[in-house]
Design a protein around this ligand. Structure first.
Ligand SMILES: Nc1ncnc2c1ncn2[C@@H]1O[C@H](COP(=O)(O)OP(=O)(O)OP(=O)(O)O)[C@@H](O)[C@H]1O
Length: 242
């Protein structure tokens, strides 16, 4: 698939009667790299889960390209091109790494798993191991790679760097940047590692108590220490290693 535009408008959602997101609206153009930031518990994961159809939506529209997917179930949204890597690693413990990757291929040739091995050489080394024999970081790589292999038009990643060694984090972020810049996918990233998120993103949203409190470019955020301290609770964003 090619990257799709995402438009969220007036989205309110939560769990049961509890509302977590209130009137959230934003747009990500096709091929955008959007970082969603904020302190713990402000609703970042809930935003991704809501777009994926896994929470209770009270109001609002979610348009993927020209199609409003808000009324669809999660499987239909995935079929429309939405890829979601939740914080919990969802692998099949009794399948091998390679079999787990085959599951993500949808109707693609089996040889396409080589793309995942190019992105994560560690998965190739472990391809005959079962899911339950993998470390946390390897499970994270497997979940992420399997979703990317399905070639979603919008890819949402919830803290994909958790448990990964720094060199693998850099490789993953570089691979994601290539996918978005090449027009393959629009990417939404929730990430606690603020520097990595800002190095990756071309657009930033900051949530505060379920609402959008700030949006702008990474450069504008770096230039506003008050915003960084007030909304993210850190004194300053460390400079990029690049
Ligand atoms: N499955 C759930 N059922 C009920 N409440 C939930 C559920 N998941 C999250 N919440 C509540 O929703 C609110 C937002 O949580 P969410 O995980 O979206 O925040 P977050 O910004 O991603 O936090 P963190 O950075 O700690 O992961 C919190 O008050 C949380 O307790």
């Amino acid at each position: 698939m090619t990257a799709a535009r995402l438009e969220v408008s007036g989205l309110s959602a939560g769990y049961g009667q509890t509302r977590v997101l209130e009137d959230v609206s934003f747009e990500a153009e096709a091929g955008a790299r959007l970082a969603v930031l904020g302190r713990n518990g402000v609703g970042k994961s809930t935003l991704l889960a809501t777009i994926a159809g896994q929470t209770r939506r009270h109001a609002g529209a979610i348009k993927l390209g020209d199609i409003d997917i808000a009324g669809m179930d999660g499987a239909s949204r995935a079929w429309q091109g939405l890829g979601y890597v939740p914080q919990e690693r969802c692998i099949f413990p009794s399948l091998t790494v390679e079999e787990n990757l085959f599951v993500g291929l949808k109707d693609r040739e089996r040889s396409a798993v080589d793309e995942a091995y190019a992105m994560f050489p560690r998965l190739k080394e472990r391809r005959r191991n079962y899911g339950n024999q993998l470390s946390g970081g390897e499970q994270q790589m497997l979940t992420t790679a399997r979703t990317i292999l399905g070639r979603p038009s919008i890819l949402m990643l919830d803290e994909p760097l958790e448990g990964l060694a720094p060199v693998i984090c850099e490789e993953l972020m570089a691979a994601l940047t290539r996918l978005a810049s090449g027009g393959d996918m629009t990417i939404l990233l929730v990430e606690q590692r603020i520097r990595a998120a800002l190095d990756f993103a071309d657009q930033v949203l900051i949530l505060e108590r379920g609402r959008i409190a700030w949006s702008g470019t990474p450069a504008a955020l770096r230039a506003s220490p008050q915003t960084v301290e007030g909304l993210l609770g850190v004194a300053a964003i460390p400079h990029s290693a690049a």
